[in-house]
Design a protein around this ligand. Sequence first.
Ligand code: NAD
Length: 471
Amino acid sequence: MKQIKEHFINGGFVQSIGTEVQNLYNPSTAEIIGTVQLGHKNDVDAAVSAAKRAFVSFSKTSLKERAEILDRLYRSVIEREKELNELAVLEYGSPLTATMGRTRAAAVSFLTAKEAMYEVQFKKEYENAIVLQEPLGVIGAITPWNANYVHICGKIAPAIAAGCTIVIKPSEFSALQTQLLSECFLSADIPAGIINVVNGTGAVAGGALVNHPDISMVSFTGSTSTGKIIRKQSTDLMKRVNLELGGKSPNILLDDCDLSKAIPLALQIAFSNSGQACHAGSRLIVPESRIDEIKILLIQEVNKLKIGSLYDADSVVGPMVNDIQFNRVQSYIKSGIDEGAELLVGGLGYPDGLGGWYVKPTVFVNVDSNMKIAKEEIFGPVLSVIAYETEDEAVAIANDTIYGLSGYISSASLERARKLALQMVSGRVIINRAVNIEPKSPFGGFKESGIGRTGWIYGIEAHLEPKVIAF
Ligand code: NAD
């Protein structure tokens, strides 16, 4: 059993000042597999001081120097890719195939930031002025547990490309994964203080970071409710915020789509990362005229999903990350039943032969947009199917949400789907696919799904402040 007692501060591992200890679990079995010593405000202070000192010289580095650092970080993560994957299976309960993709994506984010950095206009010269884009300062980053490596590396990469230093408070439920990733940062042998990682709870370590006067921007990925607290707390010191929050994304099937492809795709969109994905297409909006075929296919395809053997290449759905998440998903399934939705497949309790924090992949039909399972982010493998009569009605249902992170459309006609996409209030709309494969595009949400963007030059520019020298 591994005990994590240190934070990664100023280029090395230092003993935690905080003394409180939290257990770490294997979600497949609910067994304790380690402990983490949670950070105190003073641990955060030490990390911010180190980042502030490092900022003085790092903010003046050339793009070439930053590119070398980004390359080294990429290589150091790739070197330990296999171990990182194994820990994500153990501590997060991710199917191996899924985590392999995510770990690689985490490493590649350093290369993408390096490439994007050369596209950013750090300096523009006019006849009577120079417009500079200067690095903001020390970034305070707070990340969730659902794709630990992706979120941590995804915060570090644009910060470094912009010339900022960073203190990260990762999820307290991912400490084993974070420890190994921090070891990668150590072995990358980059100047001390550029990257700092403090374990701890949201309330203590997270709060200390958000309220620290030397943090220029809080870059947060997590729930909308926490995002609102962070935004309020950032107001007094007028801190910048970049908030990547929750979603309840619609997936519209147009009446011309090939259901034999669209239904498996819809399940992939809804249940990827075991449904613990901010961009999950958790509302399936379908033509009433084809509902009978859709119901048959949904039952068939859900029953084909492989659950429980995380090391099998075709394993799709793993357990929920912890008991809080397990109970949350159960309570939503119960609310769907209580509010009168039709339980098509799945339901309450464990899948056959499994324990830990596994839940049954579940599909409800006859869902009304006012039901909790249609309105609230469940963050588990629960799909709510809502029927429409006309295309206008489909768009109205899709947009009837406080969120606006992702949208999906399946159609035989790209032209028709693109026209529909223009009407969807969403940071992105993906047609006939589960993922956006364009690395040069931004990610982020409309409405309560967040503020600001990550990805490509958009993520780097979020770490810059324009400054004018006029003459
Ligand atoms: P969460 O909001 O509970 O926690 C996220 C992080 O914030 C954790 O590190 C936590 O310790 C910290 N935190 C909690 N309270 C805090 C506070 N008062 N002050 C400062 N920090 C605090 O979210 P979670 O349960 O870890 O993750 C799931 C949520 O994250 C979902 O809502 C999901 O949609 C969202 N998410 C969004 C994206 C995106 O890019 N939009 C990506 C992944 C996850």
